[in-house]
Design a protein. Structure first.
Length: 248
């Protein structure tokens, strides 16, 4: 089928350079970033896992994971109707609609369609904006994509606990400065932080992001992974970043 069949005005179909897959994105508006690529690399899951993506946006995370041979089936949740529609068309374009199911609904209601304790792994690249702590973007689309609700991250973690099987995993990327808050909230809903990795823009810069994996009803034992440098001392992409993108 011709690519124009999937395109609407203001959209572009881009090559992911991974397993022949492509993704629809808007020429202006929210677009996926390095965060998704790093989270897809960090997430540990088996080839037969049932995976849920909270706030899928363009659907980039399920595509990256599928291309890497991680997970068997995916349920991707997106509250914005136009983004969910674009995401569905992306999956149809890639002939993976039978494996990646897109739901246009609030993450907090995921259990109404998936049931309780039937998910092996949840991935989450949540909005980083905090109510009352950052300016809300005047664009409604960008505001939803970049800002959490009044209750912050907690409702998403609570829903994660409902969906996950015993000892299921929850993997996310989050601002490094709010790592402690995120881990405390995870622990409060019995999603025990098990490993984390700090991401640094460069060797002379403070960490700005953190990758966290929590496990449902697990014993408290936290593993620190080596730091990830995005750029080296000369300002070039680090060897590890190039390696990750080669697989991405």
């Amino acid at each position: 089928m011709d690519k124009d069949t999937f395109l609407l005005p203001g959209e572009v179909l881009e090559d992911l350079q991974l397993a022949g897959m492509k993704i629809l994105q808007k020429t202006t508006g929210f677009r996926f970033s390095m965060d998704a690529v790093l989270l897809a690399d960090f997430a540990r899951m088996g080839s037969h896992d049932r995976v849920v993506d909270f706030g899928t946006g363009t659907g980039i995370l399920p595509l990256l994971l599928l291309g890497r041979g991680k997970g068997l089936s995916y349920d991707a949740f997106e509250i914005q109707p136009d983004m969910a529609d674009m995401c569905r068309r992306t999956m149809a374009c890639n002939h993976v609609s039978d494996r990646i199911h897109v739901h246009c609904m609030d993450v907090r209601e995921a259990h109404t369609v998936l049931g309780y304790e039937k998910t092996d792994h949840i991935i989450c690249n949540p909005p980083f904006g905090q109510p009352g702590c950052s300016l809300v973007n005047p664009s409604p689309e960008k505001a939803v994509a970049r800002h959490l609700g009044e209750d912050g991250l907690l409702p998403w973690l609570q829903e994660g606990f409902r969906l996950l099987r015993g000892h299921g995993r929850f993997s996310m990327i989050y601002p490094a400065e709010r790592m402690l808050q995120a881990m405390e909230q995870m622990d409060s809903v019995h999603l025990t932080p098990k490993r984390f990795r700090l991401i640094y823009p460069g060797p002379d810069r403070a960490a700005n992001l953190v990758l966290i994996e929590a496990q449902k009803n697990a014993k408290p034992l936290l593993h620190t992974e080596p730091p990830l440098m995005v750029r080296d001392g000369d300002g070039n992409e680090s060897e590890e970043i190039r390696s990750i993108y080669h697989l991405a």
